[in-house]
Design a protein around this ligand. Sequence first.
Ligand code: HEM
Length: 118
Amino acid sequence: MTHTHITTIVLTIILFLIAVTMQKKGKNIKVLQMVLRVMYLLIIVTGGMLFLSVYTISFLYILKALLGLVMIGLFEMIVSVGKKGKSNLGLWVLFGVALIALLYLGLKLPMGFYLFTS
Ligand code: HEM
């Protein structure tokens, strides 16, 4: 399941970057935005299944899940603010911070790949 989670995340990030670039060029991204929303659901479902499979849910797991949901909110907000043509540098900064924190937490927590130990 961690592999499905990671695969959906990588695909979502690629699609998201394509959507943002197309949006900047003034292209219509309605269909892409719908596909992206399905991807968000898949991330939540795969993440939720991982979360439910944990034997003892620690604080870090709750933080991981909450940050994951915030991250999805940020994907959605960046696309919708971009649509109105407003500046969204602050959102991109949050996006970077949340992504790094999630990768760190996801790879530190015991399931799947286990890169950071301490
Ligand atoms: C875009 C948002 C998200 C990103 C970038 C992300 C990133 C990651 C990464 C990199 C891993 C490590 C997988 C591995 O070790 O093979 C992971 C695992 C996990 N994620 Fe997410 N995730 C996101 C959303 C969510 C959501 C919404 C939830 C919960 C509802 C969630 C719950 C989990 C759980 C429980 C694990 C297993 C942790 C472990 O023990 O290794 N994630 N995630």
